[in-house]
Design a protein around this ligand. Structure first.
Ligand SMILES: Cc1ncc(COP(=O)(O)O)c(C=O)c1O
Length: 344
């Protein structure tokens, strides 16, 4: 049975071209700065995002942790969205590793509103942890994969700047945001102090993320990466896949968005409660009514028929499109879900 895996875009496998490039990669010791393939990936990533320098890191979580540790000192505050990946899904790394206090603000629509950022920019006072950094996320995973618009993004970044904060972008899927809005990625990445984006996920590399920022920031970040055990040796075998990810895979993400829109329409046409998102990308969140199977049960039944997706809660589930799933498979998945809902 062919499996249609809609659990996440993290399930993508490296393309044949990536595997060939990995096998042929020119390598050296990257901790000595001598891996030419890593160096090329870092330079190209910096150029694409409008920054001076880049750093290859093992994962999105490591890239975000390195950024926070580099920007903040112990006891500093970082303004974080209450639904953000950094706050919810990264093991509390900022507090565990950096003694950084999360200053939490609502971001259920995908971005913290400027007035909420401003309210955390308080005058210096011994009672307060000094706010140092704002973290934003685009596309925003828990907000339905919404792509925040360049205008809304800039308004929030400006509020942070006015309040004297630095800004870090968790851009795990920032190329999905630029594809959705049809703008150069620098519209987002070029206005922040640092950005982390994932080479894995929709871009298909097997491992790795990039952290970009000023040359001075990246040289301090390199030190933090080493402290966290992220200094790799002949990492060019991984960077070779990353180069293909940024050169070739960023341009095809709108196909995944089209497939997600198709899936949404199919489900909506059958009266299924698909969550509406102002600018959707490759994620579809669905709510189930009080009757019929709950999300874990529906997921089990569909898994038995080769359609995989994850329950987010008892009555909510998520479908994620990516290059490992064709339009025909998306149609089959949609039909399977509808049949299982009707069967109950
Ligand atoms: C928005 C966001 N940020 C960061 C990450 C972390 O990436 P990684 O799984 O590579 O640590 C993810 C992973 O899904 C994510 O969705």
């Amino acid at each position: 049975m062919k499996v249609i895996d809609l659990r996440s875009d993290t399930v993508t496998r490296p393309t044949d071209e990536m595997r060939a490039a990995m096998a042929a990669a020119e390598v050296g010791d990257d901790v000595y700065g001598e891996d030419p393939t890593v160096n090329r990936l870092e330079e190209e990533s910096a150029m694409m995002t409008g920054h001076e320098a880049g750093l290859f890191v093992t994962s999105g979580t490591q890239g975000n942790a390195v950024a926070l540790l580099t920007h903040c000192s112990r006891g500093d505050g970082a303004v974080l969205g209450s639904d953000s990946h950094i706050y919810i899904y990264e093991g509390g790394g900022l507090s565990a590793l950096g003694g950084i206090l999360p200053l939490v603000a609502e971001d259920s629509g995908g971005i913290i509103q400027p007035d909420r950022v401003a309210s955390w920019c308080r005058p210096s006072n011994v009672h307060f942890a000094p706010a140092r950094l704002l973290c934003v996320e685009n596309t925003h995973n828990r907000a339905g994969g919404v792509a925040v618009s360049p205008e809304d993004f800039r308004a929030t970044v400006s509020a942070a700047r006015d309040g004297g904060l630095l800004v870090h972008l968790d851009g795990a899927r920032i190329f999905n945001a630029s594809a959705a809005w049809g703008v150069d990625v620098k519209e987002f990445t070029g206005v922040v102090d640092s950005v982390q984006f994932c080479l894995s996920k929709g871009l298909g590399a097997p491992v790795g993320s990039m952290l970009c920022g000023s040359a001075e920031f990246i040289s301090r970040a390199r030190h933090w990466r080493k402290r966290l055990g992220g200094g790799l040796r002949q990492a060019g075998v991984l960077a070779a896949a990353g180069l293909i990810a940024i050169r070739k895979m960023t341009g095809r993400l709108s196909e995944d968005h089209d497939n997600a829109a198709r899936l949404s329409s199919m489900l909506l046409a059958e009266g299924v409660d698909v969550e509406s998102v102002s600018k959707p990308t490759n994620m579809v969140y669905v709510r189930l009514g009080p009757d019929g199977p709950d999300a874990p049960e529906l997921s089990r039944r569909c898994t038995d028929r080769g359609v995989l997706f994850g329950a987010v809660s008892e009555r909510r589930f998520r479908l994620v499109t990516h290059f490992g799933v064709t339009t025909e498979e998306v149609d089959l998945a949609g039909r399977t879900i509808i049949e299982e809902l009707k069967a109950s």
